[in-house]
Design a binder for this molecule. Sequence first.
Ligand SMILES: Cc1ncc(COP(=O)(O)O)c(C=O)c1O
Length: 424
Amino acid sequence: MTGWSREYLENKDEYLKLFDSVMQKEQEQNVEFLEKSLKEITGRNYAVACSNGTDALHFALISLGVKSGDEVLTTNFSWISTASCISMVGATPVFCEPNILTYHMDLDSIKRMYSEKTKAIVYPHLFGNMSDTKEILDFCKEKNIAFIEDAAQSLGSSLNDVRAGSIGDISTLSFNANKVIAGVAGGGAILTDDKDKAELFKKLRRHGNNEVLGYNSKMLLLNAEFINFRLKRMKEWQAKRQEIAKQYDKQLKDYVTIQSTTNGLNHNYHKYVIRLQNKEVRDKVKEKLGAKVHYDKPLSENVMYNSINHRKDKTFISKVICDTILTLPLHPYMTQAEVDKIINTILIILEQDNDKFVDSMKKIIGEDIFDKSLINETTEDIYDYIVEKTYQWPEYIEDVDFKDKRKLKIAFNKFYENITTNTK
Ligand SMILES: Cc1ncc(COP(=O)(O)O)c(C=O)c1O
């Protein structure tokens, strides 16, 4: 049962009352009450609700006049909408690499991929995490390019009290079913401090008012009421998510790589992601938990980009992340028993994998493999490499032609100390 179905059962009477009252009203009524809530939550001057977060991004690019011949920088590691909105206005998406620890767009890659044609950046705060964007914002100013903040996943998050949804020239939200606040029919919103842009967004969601080319992207009243109802409990649910995330952090951080966060972050934990040592182990844990992968390939590797014009940076980092990342179940209606089961399952699988690794090393070095006194000694890089590879693929060692058992033993003990005691 999903978090939302549990939440519905807990609040069924209130939902039914709300449904009954809204169904007696005109569905195309304005949704300013929701827009007012969104302005208050994000601190923006204007909020315009629409059908979904993808439309919100599309409208943001239209309002900036981005068109065919222009380029827009975005990340190669995100949900498809972050990039598809760029092709929707006829511009060329340019895929930058994420940072290996935060999974956020990397400034060096942005600088590498920038060109005279660049008109904007579409930047998502992935999984609800936020990194300091000061340098990227400075770069945008210097180059006179717009910063579109894709805050679809980060409603409720803030970094040093700077709220998600407040930092873009234009910022966008999504209320689809997997978000921290979901509409019953999805939903989206565009946030800005520019009055003219807000007026344009209102037109764009309603067929352009027949004045400009527009779209059918209104949010109906029932959906807006349900979103507004859920927004009232956002803080309470966020605290519950943080509590579960804290347990994952504490129990798993010595065994898996957790997403790096910055001091001063108030994380909404839209998603709790971990990275494992390789794809094989990730897939094993995924299958055992019935967990999901966000995202299994860099955006530029989706079939659609075989025929859609784009540019991309090297994809090494996004590929590594895609091969090793895993999303752990997390919602405010999880029971303690469910959380415990997830933690224990992961620990058991990883323990078994470590055993396999040690057994393989023993085949070569001998049974007497552990010797902590060796961890301060140096060995050659090649031995470190052999050990690392064997950790990733325990069978690897059997095919290696090595010369010095002692050096291998030093490398093994150093590595083992690292994986069992360090926070990776
Ligand atoms: C990062 C990101 N951007 C944009 C969107 C698009 O939102 P929607 O599904 O409401 O169109 C999503 C939603 O999945 C998202 O996760």
